[in-house]
Design a protein around this ligand. Structure first.
Ligand SMILES: NC(=O)C1=CN([C@@H]2O[C@H](COP(=O)(O)OP(=O)(O)OC[C@H]3O[C@@H](n4cnc5c(N)ncnc54)[C@H](O)[C@@H]3O)[C@@H](O)[C@H]2O)[C@@H](O)CC1
Ligand SMILES: [K+]
Length: 484
């Protein structure tokens, strides 16, 4: 065989069982012939970890209490802290972590990058910037918190067969926090259609969007709704935008609204009957001048998706009193800036995205969808008589896979339309023998997952720079075709 050298491996060992895991990895790599160097600056180790350490010493694997001798290693295994990290990391360990990060070498973290809080994703003092993290047993919340993502690198779950009965005993048979999966998302698609479907059984959506300043927002939302397959699409825009919308979306009913001198919607047309729509999606590109129209929408009894300037107007009108008054389904889709305006009382707690979204759902009774790298969706589950113990708890859905390609103007408008279309389809009054309908709340997860899949597919084909919002709309159906 050729004369090649195996890479040298630096193993960072903490005082608890995360350190114990690292010692087991170090031992096995040693047996495979890899040169292994252990950094362990702790004098007291948990009992089992101490036993593993003793065994490694007996194998003559070198131990160091400074990082210096490990700096020439080719890669690192990080087993300093796992879910037992309970306070800020201090020197000398914090300094060692910073030095490892500066080496820019591959780092494989065990369970979670050391320094990251398991649930909140907060950096406790400093944290390992892993290139890859192997999460053990069950996903920790930190993997779905935006602020931890730069530390986690690529991540993978290592299943070591925790008995399902034990998981159910602690989390129940329907845990309150769920990762959106392909299977759960596909379940709520309006597919297959009933063979006797007609346009009204597939829902009628009204989009209220656009202004002279942001006229593309209405088109992008409408193209998102188009992909949802919604039976009928109406779009209310400022009167002067009507020809442009009719040109772009020949299938839509375009409603011209009275407009302000700046070309924003001044009010909805006199006599408009909002009661005929299965759902209304309101907000993209409206500007703050559309307050009267947004107010009438918030007062109506139809299921709503409120986004963008719809949210900014809602914040001015009073988020919590207005939303808690509503009895119909309301989905709000803020990005973090809009969220802070809606819930100023939560603005300084935004680091823990999951907790603030849960609180917003409890405050308002709305379905709250906080945008970001890992979209978080929360709603209060009213429960039912069969599952009394679940009544009034908050259910959280997190989207584990997306792409930063979606971080650009207009992609939220596409989501609003797609979501509105899916809700309208789910809520359309079916004639007696029309097939299955999904619970309207569950289509929120479906919309988020679908939107992300389209982004991922577009980024794969066109790079992360090639996913402008219009392009994204063109990938919604192809992305679905991969699964359906
Ligand atoms: N319990 C389980 O189900 C399993 C746990 N495993 C491993 O065990 C890990 C959890 O083990 P532990 O509970 O021992 O916790 P850790 O290994 O994460 O660390 C706990 C130790 O670190 C100390 N510590 C906490 N914060 C510190 C700080 N800021 N500065 C200095 N010392 C600090 C604690 O006093 C304690 O000694 C998991 O992350 C995983 O790697 C796995 O072996 C698989 C099974
Ligand atoms: K770790």
């Amino acid at each position: 065989m050729g004369n090649f050298q195996l890479p040298a491996i630096g193993v960072l060992v903490g005082p608890g069982h995360n350190g114990g895991d690292a010692l087991v990895v170090a031992r096995e790599l040693h047996f495979q012939g890899f040169p292994v160097f252990v950094y362990c600056p702790f004098s007291k180790l948990k009992e089992l970890t101490g036993c593993h350490a003793e065994y490694l010493r007996s194998l003559n694997i070198p131990f160091f209490d400074t990082i210096e001798p490990l700096k020439n290693c080719d890669l690192f295994i990080d087993g300093l802290f796992g879910f037992g990290l309970e306070r800020e990391i201090n020197a000398p360990v914090s300094t060692a972590i910073d030095e490892i990060n500066q080496l820019n070498k591959p780092v494989f973290s065990i369970d979670i990058p050391s320094g990251i809080h398991t649930d909140t994703g907060e950096v406790l003092g400093t944290a390992i910037r892993a290139t890859h993290t192997f999460c053990l047993g069950l996903w920790k919340l930190a993997f779905l918190q935006d602020r931890a993502l730069e530390y986690v690198g690529t991540s993978e779950l290592i299943d070591f067969d925790i008995p399902l009965a034990d998981i159910v005993a602690i989390l129940g048979d329907f845990p309150a926090v769920q990762r959106i999966t392909k299977a759960s998302a596909i379940q709520s698609l309006p597919l297959p259609r009933s063979p006797i479907a007609h346009k009204y059984t597939n829902g009628h959506l009204l989009i209220i969007a656009g202004s002279a300043r942001y006229n593309g927002a209405a088109i992008l939302s409408a193209l998102g709704a188009r992909a949802s397959g919604v039976g009928m699409l109406s779009i209310a825009v400022p009167e002067s935008m009507k020809p442009m919308l009719s040109n772009q979306l020949p299938e839509a009913l375009v409603i011209g609204c009275p407009e302000t001198s700046n070309g924003a919607i001044k009010d909805l047309p006199v006599g408009i009957d909002l009661g005929i729509y299965d759902a209304i999606a309101c907000g993209p590109g409206l500007t703050l001048e559309a307050a009267i129209a947004v107010e009438s929408v918030l007062e109506c009894d139809r299921p709503l998706v409120i986004d963008a300037d719809g949210l900014n107007i809602l914040a001015q009108l009073g988020t919590v009193p207005i939303l808690s008054e509503r009895s119909a389904l309301t989905v709000i889709t803020p990005h973090p800036g809009e969220f802070k305006r809606l819930f100023p009382e939560l603005a300084d707690k935004m680091g823990d995205r999951i907790a603030v979204t849960q609180q917003a759902a409890q405050l308002t009774g709305a379905v709250v969808l906080l945008k970001g790298a890992r979209v978080c969706i929360c709603s209060v589950d009213e429960g039912d008589s069969l599952r009394d113990s679940y009544a009034s708890r908050t259910i959280t859905y997190l989207n584990p896979e997306s792409t930063p390609a979606l971080a650009r103007g207009g992609s939220g408008d596409v989501l609003t339309g797609l979501l509105g279309g899916l809700i309208a389809s789910a809520l359309a009054k079916p004639s007696k023998r029309i097939g299955r309908k999904s619970p309207p709340k569950s289509v929120v997860e479906t919309a988020v997952w679908w939107h992300a899949r389209a982004g991922i597919m577009a980024a794969k084909e066109r790079t992360e720079l090639g996913v402008d919002a219009f392009t994204l709309t063109q990938y919604l159906i192809p992305a679905l075709r991969e699964f359906y």
